[in-house]
Design a protein around this ligand. Structure first.
Ligand SMILES: Cc1cc2nc3c(=O)[nH]c(=O)nc-3n(C[C@H](O)[C@H](O)[C@H](O)COP(=O)(O)OP(=O)(O)OC[C@H]3O[C@@H](n4cnc5c(N)ncnc54)[C@H](O)[C@@H]3O)c2cc1C
Length: 410
């Protein structure tokens, strides 16, 4: 342990707190890491399906959201992708790049990342205290006093609050960090779940449970396009999931949160324009005796055609010759732009990340130090910044943790 270094407390042994502890200790600070769970990096072990998608080659501010996503640019200017890749290589974790720029430890195992952090923190003399939930942070005689649930008290020159967001409570996530930040006077924007499946109110759609198809999903707010994603869509017994749904879930939940009722529009034929789909349908409908649902079976699997015909208000058993022009238009409309209403957001226990959190305007992006309470730094998912799927959330946790650790130790 660095003897004469500054005393730094880190709250939370997740991605951000582990990085902060490492940086502060390696610069000579005396670091105590408080973790309320029985192990370090519990969520980290589950990331990237157990492979830990550490970062993304294409890191850019456009993959981040919140009230002030430009904050990310200032953070990455000082500790970005290159610094992160070099850091991991330096501790014996070279990264490899897999699909769409996603970077993983070469071991392809998240557990190897936590094992190496465990060793590194021990090597640097970090005092890791498990089963310690910090309940209070109070200014006390020029220092910051931490109080744990067990009523232990200790004073530090700097405190790094890296307690994470409230997504995935099954892995121990809670609202504890938001509570600590707001007790100290910080503004906390109400967290809402992001990167999760979407409830759809239309019951007829729930019959499609288990069906997958490449679609384009658009989100319309007040008649204007707010978000769009193309890729695999998975129908479920309550609505939609799969990458295309997860990618637009933030926009949907953000508008629901602000009291709007957005529309979700699904294009089942994203590779064709309306005219091309029209020609295809004319061809499929050339056998006028065929029941309309069956006429679509060659292009839409399982019950998809039949269900969409029903949703368009047409009896699926009707032969093509019985369709009015209006009914044909309605069917084509359901195939190319099925308009649906989302239900209430699904719970945090399915969300990869919590959007919302501590207002970043109250922090210095160079040091992550609070402008409200000197010596307090706040990092990671707890902040009102969230990233898309693909390594962006961990990158933000590493970068903010590193800058806070460096600043707190000096
Ligand atoms: C299933 C899943 C998979 C994911 N996969 C990826 C991925 O592959 N790539 C990616 O970029 N992102 C991924 N994410 C998101 C990413 O894991 C988080 O954004 C990231 O872990 C946030 O880091 P953090 O350090 O801010 O918080 P966390 O990692 O959540 O760590 C916070 C820690 O603080 C502790 N704590 C909280 N309150 C207190 C307290 N009062 N006292 C003491 N300790 C406390 C918690 O127990 C926890 O250990 C995934 C998320 C989930 C749920």
């Amino acid at each position: 342990m660095g003897n004469n270094g500054k005393s730094v407390a880190v709250i939370g042994a997740g991605a951000s707190g582990l990085m902060a502890s490492w940086q502060a200790a390696s610069l000579g600070a005396r670091v105590v890491l408080f973790e309320k769970q029985r192990m370090i990096g519990r969520k980290l072990r589950a990331t990237g399906n157990g492979r830990c998608n550490i970062t993304n080659r294409n890191i850019d501010v456009s993959f981040y959201h919140g009230r002030n996503p430009r904050f990310v640019r200032n953070v990455f200017a000082r500790f970005g992708l290159d610094e992160t890749v070099a850091f991991f290589r330096g501790i014996g974790i070279p990264l490899v790049e897999l699909e769409s720029g996603r970077m993983y430890p070469a071991s392809l195992q998240a557990a190897s990342v936590t094992r190496i952090f465990e060793y590194e923190l021990q090597r640097l003399g970090v005092d890791v205290r498990l089963h310690r939930r910090v309940e209070r942070i109070d200014p006390h005689e020029g220092a910051l006093r931490l109080t744990t649930a067990g009523q232990e008290r200790e004073d530090f020159e700097a405190v790094i609050l890296a307690a994470g967001g409230c997504a995935y409570p099954q892995l121990g996530a809670s609202r504890s960090g938001y509570e600590l930040a707001s007790m100290l006077g910080h503004t906390v924007h109400e967290p809402f779940p992001s990167i999760l499946p979407i409830n759809i109110t239309l019951k007829a759609l729930h019959r499609l449970e288990g069906i997958k198809r490449d679609c384009t999903v658009s989100v319309m707010r007040s008649g204007r396009l707010a978000d769009r994603s193309s890729g695999e869509l998975l129908f479920t017994k309550y609505g939609i999931s799969g990458p295309a749904a997860l990618e637009v879930s933030r926009t949907v939940n953000e508008s629901l949160e602000s009291g709007e009722a957005p529309d979700i529009v699904i294009d089942f034929f994203p590779d064709m324009d309306t005219d091309e789909l029209g020609s295809l349908l004319s061809e499929l409908w050339s056998d006028v005796e065929r029941p309309v649902a069956l006429s679509l079976d060659g292009v839409l699997r399982d019950r998809l055609g039949e269900t969409l015909v029903k949703i368009a208000g047409v009896d699926p058993a009707v032969p093509v010759k019985g369709l009015s022009v209006r009914q044909k238009t309605d069917i084509a409309g359901a195939l190319k732009g099925l308009r649906l209403k989302p239900g209430a957001p699904r719970a945090f226990n399915e969300a990869v990340v919590a959007a919302g959190g501590v207002d970043v305007g109250e922090l210095n992006p160079v040091s992550l130090e609070s402008r409200i309470l000197k010596g307090l730094h706040i990092t990671g998912e707890l902040l009102d910044i969230d990233g898309d799927s693909g390594g962006y959330n961990l990158q933000f946790a590493w970068s903010t943790g590193a800058l806070a650790g460096i600043a707190a130790s000096s």
